[in-house]
Design a protein around this ligand. Structure first.
Ligand code: 5RP
Length: 224
């Protein structure tokens, strides 16, 4: 039970309007959002970013829709592992980063729900960067990520842990944080074998940071 996560999830559910098509993120903060959303009893439909979110939606009676029938989302709500004051994110702690990024890329409005302890000056400083990788390529991608400045790169679950897409995850530790997020994001996107990485650059519109005492908003800077 986390009062902060619950406050953030509940505040995000208040943003939902009847008739909306939603992108539904993954994680413990999103679980509070789903509970609060279901409690509102609105006529909405949502695309889940993981099998776990899909299962929870079925339990709660939130109608699901696939990408065959959706071209954009009125609202996407998702958690984050780290965020900067300018709303750059690290995601993928729960292993759902690939579907999360696809859905976020289709958002009219992308709202991040988190707690203030996740706000950092520099991404990578407090949480290893998740990188989803095709199994075959993992050794080469690992070497490349070390070349790109990681101090350590670990295969999540020693390779026994698979994403919903059947891939593995490398968790890259940057002891001093990531020096240039834009450069690293492009390098990882260009690397063969990388299915997706957990840097969400210039994607989020607003973050709702929940505490026991309420919710603080962080907006994307106007000039971004
Ligand atoms: C899953 C994610 C989650 O949004 C992130 O790990 C935050 O999770 P939580 O709300 O449980 O702290 O990126 O891939």
């Amino acid at each position: 039970m986390s009062a902060g996560k619950e406050a953030a999830g509940t505040a995000a559910a208040e943003l939902v309007e009847d008739g909306m098509t939603l992108g539904l993120g993954t994680g413990s903060t999103v679980a509070y959002f789903l509970d609060a959303l279901a409690a509102r009893g609105l006529d909405v439909r949502g695309t889940p970013t993981s099998e776990s979110t899909a299962a929870r939606c079925r339990e709660l009676g939130i109608p699901l829709v696939g990408l065959d029938d959706v071209t954009h989302f009125d609202l996407v709500v998702d958690g984050a592992d780290e965020l900067t004051p300018s709303l750059q994110l690290t995601k993928g702690g729960g292993g759902a980063l690939l579907r999360e990024k696809v859905v976020a890329s289709m958002a009219d409005r992308f709202v991040v729900i988190a707690t203030p302890d996740k706000v950092v000056d520099r991404l990578g400083a407090s949480f290893p960067l998740p990188i989803e990788v095709v199994d075959f390529a993992a050794p080469e991608v690992r070497r490349r990520v070390l070349d790109l400045g990681a101090g350590e790169v670990m295969l999540r679950g020693h390779g026994g842990e698979r994403t919903d897409n059947g891939n593995v995850i490398l968790d890259a530790v940057f002891p001093d944080g990531i020096a240039d997020v834009d450069v690293l994001a492009v390098a990882l996107s260009l690397q063969p074998g990388v299915a997706e990485h957990g840097l969400f650059v210039d994607m989020a519109d607003v973050a709702l940071l929940g505490t026991e005492d309420g919710v603080e908003r962080l907006e994307m800077p106007a000039d971004a």
